[in-house]
Design a protein around this ligand. Structure first.
Ligand code: CA
Length: 220
């Protein structure tokens, strides 16, 4: 698995790179945003927010414009607002510095995990009104226009689509799409739902059942 580490601080990047390589990852490291955007495609990006040449958020936004590569933000800014803004830009997760190496590796494995959903056959193209979901290629389209989703957003819609019109419980979504031991803010789920609604072009696709969960509707 190719990991792109975008971090200008050698004291963090050097041991991190060494540790990841010991875990069997192939690591490319860049120390600024420009080189990060020019780097070859990776399977996951670890992105520092405080870079010398440009804001990490901007790097995240530009990476997102061209691919669904999972992005984990490395940040010393622990304020909730930063976390939410990072997730709204399409980051999949974040760790606050100083972070434990084991925790980081667990998060890399979580965001790159594929095909964890068992409720529906994986190689089936599902049509839900104007929406089409292809689990084999992990592509989603509305009116035959592809909607570019992050891995977590795809997992989320695939799970909601496993039982159209049924209410899927928040707790079940957090367990299956995130992690059985998810201990981050549950606001993360709402942020991803908001991003999905925006990308699908109509908030009515996903109905909120307050305090309980969400329901995918078949809009025609
Ligand atoms: Ca930095």
């Amino acid at each position: 698995m190719d990991v792109l580490v975008v971090e200008d601080d050698d004291a963090i990047a050097a041991p991190l790179t060494k540790g990841l390589e010991r875990e069997g990852f192939h690591v490319t490291r860049t120390a600024n945003g420009r080189d990060a955007l020019a780097a070859p495609p990776a399977d996951v990006v670890l992105l520092d927010l405080g870079l010398p040449d440009m804001d990490g958020y901007e790097v995240c936004r530009r990476l997102r414009q061209r691919s669904g590569v999972p992005v984990i933000i490395l940040t010393a800014r622990s304020e909730e607002i930063d976390r939410v803004v990072g997730l709204e830009l399409g980051a999949d997760d974040y760790v606050v510095k100083p972070f434990g190496f084991r925790e980081l590796v667990a998060r890399i494995r979580a965001v790159t995990r594929r095909g964890g959903l068992t409720t529906t056959a994986r190689d089936e193209t599902q049509r839900i009104g104007r929406l089409q979901i292809d689990r084999r290629t992990r592509r989603v389209s509305v009116d035959d226009q592809e909607v570019v989703l992050t891995p977590k957003e795809f997992d989320l819609i695939a799970m909601l689509a496993s039982d159209v019109d049924a209410v899927i419980l928040r707790t079940r979504i957090l367990e299956e799409v995130w992690d059985p031991h998810w201990y981050g803010p549950t606001k993360t789920l709402d942020v991803h739902i908001a991003a999905l609604r925006r990308k699908l072009g109509d908030p009515a696709w996903i109905e909120t059942v307050r305090g309980v969960g969400f329901r995918l509707r078949a809009l025609t």
